[in-house]
Design a protein around this ligand. Structure first.
Ligand code: FUB
Length: 350
C-alpha cells in the first residue's frame, strides 16, 4: 500500500514537472495566410516538402458538443522546395472533396499521405451516413494529386486522425481521437460499443490504435491494436493525467527510436513518447509544444534536408476561433540525450 502511494505521488510529481518545463520562444511561420487550413501532415517526396491539410471554413454549424463545428468539406496540399521557414509556398488547391467520395456524409477531418512504389495514398477520416467516423483511402500518381477515392472505407476502420509511418518495407496506420473522434466507442477487439463513456479519471486512458497496412496499402493486414503509453516508471497513463493521449498520433524515427507525438486534448499540449517498436509501449518523454491559441492542437514532425521541423496550426489569425485555424512551421530540436526541446505555442491570453 505504502509503495503504491509512493509510486502514485512520484508519478504525479513527474507529470507536474513535465508539464511545467520552460518552453523556448522561437521563430515560427504561417505557411498559408490566405485561407484557413488545419491538421498539417508534412512529408518530403521527390525533394519537395508536401503539406496535406484539412480545410476550415466559416461554417454556420456552431454545435461544439461532438466537434460538429469542425465542418470541413475538402483537403488541400501545399509544397515547398527548400527551407520551410523561408522558401516560397505553392498552393496545389483542393485534392479531394466530399462529393468525390460516395460513402462520406460530412466532416472531412485530418489526413495523411504515404508513398509506395511511385503511387501516393491519401488516408482521411470522415463521417459516413450513420454518423460514424471511418478511414478512407484515395490514390494518385503524383504527390499533388488528383486523388481518386476508393468506393468504401477501410474494412473495420473507425475514429479519426490517420497517419502512416513507413518502417523499412512495412507501413503502419495510426489513428484514434477521443470525444467527437469516437475512439472511446470501440473496445479492445475493435467492436463498436452501445454505451461507451470516456474512462473514469482513475482508469487507464485510451491510447491511439495501430495496424500494419496490406501490401496494396488499401486495407489493414492485421487487427488494430491499442498503443500503450506509460510514464517513466512504467505505469500506464491514467485518464486524469494532463499528459495522456487524446488525438493526432504521428510517428517519426530518430537515432533508432520511434517517437510518438500526440495531442492531449483538454490540457492542449503536444507531447512525445518513445519506444523501440512501432507498436509500443511508448514511454512518455515530454512536451513538444505548449498550448496554442484555439482549442485543438495537431502536429507533424518532419525531417527536411537534415533539419527537423514541427508543422502545426493555431487560431491566432482568426482571433481565437477554434474552427478557423492556420498552418505554421517552426524548427524542432532533438537534444543529444534524445529529449526534444519544448516550444512555446504562444497561446494568446484573453
Ligand atoms: O480538424 C478536426 C480535428 O481537430 C482533427 O481531426 C483533430 O486532430 C483536431 O485537430
Amino acid at each position: 500500500m505504502t509503495s503504491r502511494i509512493l509510486t502514485l505521488s512520484l508519478a504525479a510529481l513527474a507529470a507536474a514537472a513535465a508539464v511545467a518545463a520552460e518552453p523556448a520562444v522561437q521563430e515560427s511561420r504561417y505557411l498559408w495566410p490566405a485561407d484557413y487550413m488545419a491538421d498539417p501532415a508534412a512529408h518530403v517526396f521527390d525533394g519537395k516538402v508536401y503539406i496535406y491539410t484539412s480545410h476550415d471554413w466559416d461554417s454556420p454549424v456552431t454545435d461544439a458538443s461532438d466537434g460538429a463545428h469542425y465542418d470541413m468539406k475538402d483537403y488541400h496540399v501545399f509544397s515547398i522546395q527548400g527551407d520551410p521557414m523561408t522558401a516560397e509556398v505553392t498552393d496545389h488547391g483542393a485534392i479531394l472533396s466530399i462529393e468525390d467520395v460516395p460513402w462520406v456524409a460530412r466532416q472531412m477531418w485530418a489526413t495523411d499521405v504515404a508513398e509506395k512504389d511511385g503511387k501516393y495514398y491519401l488516408y482521411f477520416s470522415a463521417k459516413d451516413m450513420n454518423g460514424l467516423f471511418r478511414i478512407g483511402v484515395a490514390t494518385a500518381d503524383k504527390p499533388e494529386g488528383p486523388f481518386k477515392a476508393m468506393p468504401d472505407p477501410i474494412r473495420g476502420s473507425y475514429s479519426i486522425d490517420p497517419s502512416v509511418f513507413k518502417d523499412g518495407e512495412d507501413y503502419y496506420l495510426y489513428f484514434g481521437g477521443l470525444n467527437g473522434g469516437q475512439n472511446q466507442r470501440y473496445d479492445d477487439n475493435n467492436i463498436l460499443r452501445e454505451m461507451a463513456p470516456r474512462p473514469a479519471k482513475g482508469d487507464v486512458a485510451f491510447g491511439p490504435r495501430v495496424g500494419r497496412l496490406s501490401a496494396d496499402m488499401t486495407q489493414l493486414a492485421e487487427p488494430m491494436r491499442h498503443v500503450e503509453i506509460t510514464d517513466s516508471l512504467g505505469n500506464r497513463m491514467l485518464e486524469s493525467d494532463p499528459r495522456r493521449y487524446f488525438e493526432a498520433p504521428w510517428i517519426h524515427k530518430y537515432n533508432g527510436k520511434y517517437y510518438l507525438t500526440y495531442s492531449t486534448g483538454g490540457s492542449h499540449l503536444i507531447c512525445y513518447a518513445t519506444s523501440d517498436s512501432p507498436y509500443g509501449p511508448f514511454v512518455y518523454g515530454g512536451t513538444i509544444l505548449t498550448p496554442v491559441t484555439g482549442w485543438t492542437t495537431h502536429q507533424a514532425v518532419t525531417e527536411v534536408d537534415g533539419k527537423w521541423y514541427l508543422f502545426y496550426h493555431d487560431s491566432a489569425p482568426s482571433g481565437g476561433r477554434s474552427s478557423l485555424r492556420s498552418i505554421k512551421v517552426t524548427p524542432l530540436t532533438h537534444l543529444p540525450d534524445g529529449n526534444i526541446v519544448t516550444i512555446d505555442g504562444g497561446k494568446i491570453k484573453k
